[in-house]
Design a protein around this ligand. Structure first.
Ligand code: 13P
Length: 337
């Protein structure tokens, strides 16, 4: 058996333990700063540290969160009192994760399409993160729906990179979160999103199979099958849940350790309601746990309330915990808004 097989299986299962999900807090400095700018929060390392400390020291967070996904800056930071964030996380019984891609760049020859980069030097970065204490990783590919896109070239290139990333992670002891995000931006219909998500997942699993990625030692982080934000016909909660689950049941091998959705710009209530409907209606048909790996849908009310004010930390933490709790309930079909 490979060096890390048992450990990877155990970690993957713990990441999707019943009633828990993953907290994405791996915004790059650029993305974090953009969110700070909107609220007038200084875009400095000091404030990014303060915000991440707020999140990670939220009391009882580990009741609903199996582990946070960190960014390279964050994994090296400590609390104001000098306790490394990694220690805060493991002392709370959570598992530390790390974003390892280096971002989505323009895909050559394909206007308006992106390819996620970060394979160069990845083996060495994985070794460093593992030695620091990280036990899982994330890589996000972006698929855009628009006029004549996505192209086959975009889907293939991103699926290939995801598979090579996942194989490297498993070689180095990190459980890969494989994230092919079909963006919600645009006026496309639910049917079009279904078609693109279906092709994307099919292609991603084809490449994962070719690269001999162990499905029971990975987590899939998909987007939901949902109409574009600007589509004039929006769908019911039940329709989104049904289309998404049918697409996953068709494309995701039963041995995959778990599914953890991204929220992708849906409202907080929608994100919880969709996840809840999937579990309440389809839970018994699913071979894998179906949970969340949300960023905005968990963090937004806390960030808005905090807005950089150290006097509002405790209240902001309560808001964060409330969203984590809602989504923990949704992951077992017990959420009510
Ligand atoms: P959202 O839940 O805000 O989509 O973020 C999830 C994520 O990690 C995107 O990569």
């Amino acid at each position: 058996m490979d060096t890390y097989t048992q450990e990877l299986r155990a970690t993957a299962q713990a990441m999707v333990a019943r009633g828990k999900g993953i907290l994405a807090m791996d915004e790059s400095n650029g993305t974090c700063n953009k969110r700070f700018q909107k609220l007038g929060i200084p875009m400095t390392e000091e404030y990014r540290q303060a915000y991440r400390q707020l999140i990670l020291t939220t009391p009882e967070l580990s009741n609903y969160i199996s582990g946070p996904i960190l960014y390279d800056e964050t994994i090296r930071q400590s609390t104001k009192d000098g306790v490394p964030f990694l220690k805060v996380i493991t002392d709370a019984g959570m598992i530390p994760g790390i974003k390892v891609d280096t971002g989505a760049k323009d895909l050559a020859g394909h206007p308006n399409e992106k390819i996620t980069e970060g394979l160069d030097g990845l083996r060495e970065r994985i070794a460093e993160y593992y030695s620091m204490g990280a036990r899982f990783a994330k890589w996000r590919a972006v698929i855009t729906i628009g006029n004549g896109i996505p192209s086959r070239a975009c889907i293939e290139a991103n699926a290939h990179a995801l598979a090579r990333y996942a194989a490297l992670c498993q070689e180095g002891g990190l459980v890969p979160i494989v994230e092919p995000e079909v963006l919600i931006d645009g006026n496309h219909t639910l049917e079009r999103c279904l078609q693109v998500t279906d092709e994307t997942l099919h292609t991603v699993f084809n490449h994962l199979y070719t690269q001999e990625v162990a499905f029971d030692q990975m987590i899939l982080k998909p987007s939901m099958v949902i109409p574009g934000k600007e589509c004039s016909t929006q769908a019911s909660v039940e329709a989104v849940a049904e289309a998404t689950m049918n697409c996953l049941l068709k494309n995701v091998p039963a041995t995959v350790a778990g599914i953890a959705f991204l929220s992708g710009g849906q409202s907080m209530e929608q994100s919880s309601a969709h996840l809840n409907a999937m579990n309440a209606t389809f839970g018994s048909r699913c071979p894998w746990p179906v949970t969340f790996s949300y960023a905005r849908a968990i963090q937004q009310p806390a960030l808005d309330h905090w807005s950089g004010d150290s006097g509002r930390v405790a209240e902001a933490q309560q808001k964060l915990l409330a969203r984590a709790k809602c989504n923990g309930a949704a992951s077992i079909g017990e959420y009510s808004s």
